[in-house]
Design a protein around this ligand. Structure first.
Ligand code: ZN
Length: 431
């Protein structure tokens, strides 16, 4: 393997050591050795040991944060974004399923996946839990392209075998084998992780879910990603389809698919028993506010999630969500909390976008903050990227106020550069 980047960056550094401990170091230094964090702190502290041959990159006046983490996004729905608002089930049928069928063509798939990954990076997102289409080839392309970029992603073939167009349904009995093949080829290769990925209860037969449960038994540490309780019609249809299940969650639970790192997107209409079972199994939830508002799904109860101490990530959920920007996603999470008279501070947001998200995805041993030895995925932020932000920030009293303005007004224009393991990947062209 080739040597990874060694360099030192000068800027204001900000990261979290825990949910309640934010560390902000103005005019600090971040020293990267062979792609990993070697040391971070004040310029005086770091420069004492810094070898003279380490190149220094000067971002004075800019903010360096760990790369953002998107806990739920679809690689095959980019062009379904901003499709006139119907509720979930109609929206899937009218816009999403027709688009996903196009991924049958590997050439279309490759160019769409490249565009998608580039959108993540342009928005400062360095890791994501991703749904491709049901085609095994699309998953292969996604893993190959992410690997080429050296991006830490989690993904798995989206399993479906009913209540969708025939072209999007797995052939009977093929789910186990197609998943196994992909797992053998890509799981834990470079920075890739495989996730067992049933789209949601409605589009899987009990037989398909059992096949996925069998995979979970073979790879107990492997997590699942799926959707749950996003929309009232979806919840009642699920109950009809699975009359023997105790509740929606039980459809996944009885196949042994819950546990650490498993990601349940939405969770708006969870029942009390489901909340407590999610907490008990250390399963994670993913809050996707732009999608929930756009599709008129409902308001996620973030306070309940805190009360149960359930690991949480924020998700863009493009194309139900309306932006790849995790800053915009956080701004909508603030509004969803405000509508319910709940607290959601900028610290809450930036924790979830970095270390909190990494914990929910169970990748915090690799990324999420600037602890020594972690992979150096980070984002350079220019808080003054727009005239309006510049004018507003002239009155900001402290870092919390700056972060709040960044969360409410920020977007991809604020992302000046993105680094994966110390290697610069993109510069935004907002100027
Ligand atoms: Zn989704």
């Amino acid at each position: 393997m080739k040597d990874l980047a060694t360099l030192c960056l000068k800027a204001d550094l900000l990261h979290f050591l825990s949910e309640t401990e934010m560390e902000f170091i103005p005019n600090g230094m971040l020293w990267i050795e062979n792609g990993n964090v070697k040391k971070m702190g004040t310029a005086e502290f770091v420069s004492k040991e810094l070898a003279s041959d380490v190149p220094i990159v000067d971002y004075t006046g800019k903010l360096i944060l760990p790369g953002f983490i998107d806990g739920h996004v679809h690689a095959v729905q980019t062009q379904a974004i901003a499709s006139y608002g119907k509720q979930l089930l109609d929206w899937l049928e009218s816009y999403t399923f027709p688009l996903e069928q196009k991924f049958e063509d590997p050439q279309f798939a490759r160019s769409a996946i490249r565009f998608f990954l580039n959108q993540l990076l342009k928005n400062g997102t360095t890791s994501a839990a991703i749904f491709p289409s049901r085609h095994a080839e699309t998953s292969a392309i996604l893993f190959e392209e992410a690997s080429e970029l050296n991006m830490r992603i989690l993904a798995g073939k989206t399993a479906m075998d009913r209540n969708a167009p025939q072209a999007l349904c797995d052939e009977t009995g093929s789910t186990y084998q197609e998943n196994s093949l992909l797992i053998n080829t890509y799981h834990q290769k470079n920075r890739l992780s495989y996730l067992i990925t049933p789209r949601f209860a409605i589009t899987s037969t009990p037989e398909q879910l059992s096949a996925l449960g069998k995979i979970k038994k073979e790879y107990p540490a492997m997590a699942m990603q799926t959707h749950i309780s996003e929309n009232k019609d979806e919840v009642s249809y699920t109950k009809k389809l699975f009359p023997k299940a105790k509740n929606y969650l039980d459809v996944y639970d009885r196949e042994g698919l819950l546990g650490k790192g498993t990601l349940l997107a939405h969770g708006i209409y969870l029942e009390e028993e489901e909340w407590s079972r999610i907490a008990e199994t250390q399963t994670s939830l993913v809050h996707c506010p732009t999608s929930n508002l756009f599709l008129g799904s409902g308001l996620f109860n973030i306070q309940k999630c805190r009360d149960y101490a359930i690991p949480l990530a924020l998700g863009s959920d493009v194309g139900g969500g309306i932006s790849f920007s995790m800053l915009k996603t956080a701004a909508e999470a603030y509004k969803v909390a405000a509508l319910q008279k709940m607290k959601f501070t900028a610290r809450d947001a930036f924790y979830l976008l970095t270390l909190g998200g990494a914990k929910a995805l169970n990748i915090d041993q690799f990324v999420g903050n600037f602890e020594t030895g972690k992979e150096a995925d980070f984002v350079i932020i220019d808080p003054n990227a727009s005239e309006l932000m510049q004018a507003r920030l002239a009155l900001a009293k402290d870092i919390d106020e700056l972060l709040f303005v960044l969360m409410i007004l920020g977007d991809e224009r604020n992302i000046e550069a993105v680094y994966l393991q110390g290697e610069k990947k993109s510069v935004n062209n907002h100027r």
